[in-house]
Ligand binder design. Structure first.
Ligand SMILES: Nc1ncnc2c1ncn2[C@@H]1O[C@H](COP(=O)(O)OP(=O)(O)OP(=O)(O)O)[C@@H](O)[C@H]1O
Ligand SMILES: [Mg+2]
Length: 249
């Protein structure tokens, strides 16, 4: 199977990108896929969600982007992880001075890419050099969109960024939109989910929505994928369906 590099991308904050990267990655391992997670956010949520202390890392994604050193790989819950820490915030600035600055992440992944079926990249809630690196390194983008009215406003900007990046990465595909934080007991949430489906559904694939559930935050606190933290949580079926849809491409 060809390796697929998926960016979990949306410049909007708090839409569930890091949680999804963790749980989708874990779910893919249950389908016998070899998975690498890449934390490309200086906030290092994914790194922390998986139990690493980002402050204690000797090497992180920062060194592989700036010094081009081999990416450090950690093993967590059957997945591999390239962690991040706050240093990455300065990479955004330091890269401004570099030729080929948009290609650093793609180059860092090149020697290890073929070891995996899926590489999932968690991205920061911003649009700087790091985000561009993520979109240039990726084959496909998964866009989590929160089921809230305000969440739809930022998408125009998002799509124009993706269009610009296609000059550097012409084959970049949008795999689809993932409605997140859906509370089906809330009328406004359900309506927004409908709006997402009608607004994007004819042009883009709209994946199974991920329901809202406190288990996701608890899992983060316990440094576990939600499936391990709460095996009987109904939201796990959302992640499973999503993983199947992603695998089927
Ligand atoms: N489906 C969900 N239901 C309830 N809470 C969730 C869900 N997904 C994520 N959360 C919680 O919402 C918060 C934000 O989630 P997360 O960090 O995954 O979003 P993000 O898009 O990565 O944020 P950022 O843009 O800051 O990187 C976290 O506290 C997380 O535990
Ligand atoms: Mg995040």
């Amino acid at each position: 199977m060809e390796t697929r590099i998926l960016a979990i991308f949306n410049q909007a904050g708090g839409v569930g990108k890091s949680s999804l990267t963790r749980d989708l990655g874990y779910e893919l391992t249950k389908f016998q896929k070899k998975v690498l997670l890449v934390d490309a956010d200086p906030q290092a949520s994914l790194t922390e969600f998986l139990g690493l202390n980002s402050q204690d890392l000797e090497q992180s994604l920062f060194e592989s982007l700036i010094q081009r050193s081999p990416a450090p790989i950690h093993h967590v819950h059957g997945m591999d992880l390239i962690p991040s820490n706050i240093d990455l915030a300065s990479a955004d600035f330091l890269l401004n001075a570099e030729i080929g600055r948009e290609l650093r992440l793609r180059e860092a992944l090149k020697p290890i890419r073929s070891n995996y079926d899926f590489i999932l990249i968690d991205s920061p809630p911003s649009l700087g050099n790091i985000s561009v690196n993520v979109l240039v390194a990726a084959d496909e983008i998964l866009i989590p969109v929160q089921c809230e009215v305000k969440a739809l406003r930022g998408t125009t900007h998002l799509f124009s960024t993706i269009e610009k990046v296609r000059m550097l990465n012409p084959n970049l595909k949008i795999a689809g939109i993932i409605p997140t934080l859906l509370d089906s007991r809330t009328k406004l949430n359900t309506e927004t989910h409908e709006v997402i489906r009608s607004r994007f559904g004819d042009k883009l694939h709209v994946f199974t929505p991920i329901r809202r559930g406190v288990a996701f935050a608890e899992a983060a606190a316990r440094a576990l994928p939600v499936q391990l933290h709460a095996p009987r949580f109904e939201g796990n079926t959302d992640i499973k369906k999503l993983a199947q849809e992603v695998i089927n491409g």
